[in-house]
Design a protein. Structure first.
Length: 379
């Protein structure tokens, strides 16, 4: 059981960014790291920012911490506007990917360093370091130096250095990315437990969608400095706001097919390079015209699926690749028209490369997106 740290009343504010933009001028031109970002993180919430490298996640953390000035926009921590507040006076703690520990200091001295610099009395330093060490399970490491610790232990020390300050906000910048898979899984559980114990407002950055889905109370999906969607992880997975979110969240990625939507709400069909798909009754019903149809690999059935779901050219596809994954398999299929897509079988796939197979789509799990560059969700 984790030891409970003392958290003063009122020490869990929300964080709000309003129309925050951040622009950098380089020899190659202007880089828009953030574009009119609106984001609200609730009191005591664990918000995960997720997206590909260069999407603006770390810049968002740096703006909140005061390490980077925004070009425009407003940053609030609680009721206080902090745009002009120095980083040390914002009462936030940031944990970096590279741990940033002092190698010549013991774990105790690493944890105590920030408190000592603030003039905290020695007895209080020992008490707070002891609490943080007990909470993170590193009390037995206090006399050791970082060089003798494992990657996971060093990461817990870096977290402890933030926790010991009892800040208003934690900012985590990909703290698990340098760990091996086993350590990463263990640390994910410890981070969730730590957040439950402390209840401190936390913003966690990662490019790993699995980490985002399992950690966050909510996730914010970003790309090219733009916030595409904020929501509960399952909501974002099940109802992606646009094509980018649909392709980024979910592994393997969603299949996308461009075609034409025909009919009305009671009898809608999609016609495209994979054939004609009956979608039945849609609510809401997008207007007829060009669309992009998305479907996740696990919602495509190979072979004897439900009858009448799809009428494909020649009614079949060729197996181009098989990825065995234990109890499931990813199977790449190619239609006679040369369109390739991925299906995930619910059990090991027993066929072979070159097999000609039938396939069907589950119309209840079809996603429709606008065919323009924004690719907004239509259904």
């Amino acid at each position: 059981m984790l030891a409970v740290l003392e958290i003063e009343a009122g020490n869990v504010p929300n964080v709000t960014l309003t129309r925050v933009s951040c622009t950098f001028r380089t020899r190659g031109g202007v880089i828009h790291a953030l574009r009119d970002l609106d984001l609200s993180v609730g009191d005591g919430e664990l918000m995960v920012l997720v997206g590909p490298s260069g999407c603006g996640k770390t810049t968002t953390l740096r703006v909140i911490a005061g390490l980077q000035a925004p070009s425009r926009g407003e940053i609030r921590i609680g009721e206080r506007i902090v745009n002009q507040v120095a980083p040390r006076d914002r009462d936030v703690a940031m944990v970096f990917q590279n741990h940033a520990l002092y190698p010549h200091m013991t774990v105790f001295k690493n944890l105590a360093f920030g408190l000592k610099m603030r003039g905290t009395p020695g007895d209080e330093i020992r008490r707070k370091v002891g609490q943080a060490a007990a909470t993170l399970g590193i009390a037995h490491l206090l006399d050791r130096r970082p060089g003798s610790l494992s990657g996971g232990e060093r990461q817990r020390v870096a977290l402890g250095r933030a926790v010991v300050r009892k800040p208003q906000v934690f900012l985590f910048d990909e703290p698990l990315s340098s760990l091996d898979p086993g350590q990463r899984l263990s640390m994910r559980g410890q981070l969730k437990a730590l957040h439950r114990e402390l209840g401190t407002t936390t913003i966690h950055v990662t490019h790993d969608q699995e980490e985002a889905m399992t950690l966050g109370d909510r996730i914010a999906v970003m790309n090219a400095g733009i916030l595409h969607q904020v929501g509960d992880p399952l909501e974002v997975y099940r109802k992606p706001a646009d094509r980018f979110v649909a392709c980024f969240i979910g592994s393997p990625p969603m299949n996308m097919f461009t075609g034409i939507l025909r009919g009305g709400a009671g009898d809608t069909t999609f016609e495209g390079p994979i054939g004609r798909i009956g979608l039945g009754r849609l609510a809401p019903a997008p207007p007829p015209g060009p669309v992009v149809l998305g479907i996740r690999p696990q919602h495509i059935t190979i072979g004897g699926g439900a009858a009448g779901l799809i009428s494909a050219p020649a009614g079949e596809a060729v197996v181009r690749d098989i990825e065995p994954l234990g109890d499931v398999a990813n199977v790449q299929l190619a239609t006679p028209t040369g369109i390739t897509f991925l299906a995930r079988t619910p059990r090991p796939y027993e066929g072979t490369l070159g097999d000609r197979v039938g396939f069907s789509f589950d119309p209840t799990h079809v996603h429709l997106f606008a065919a323009d560059s924004d690719g907004r969700r239509l259904n």
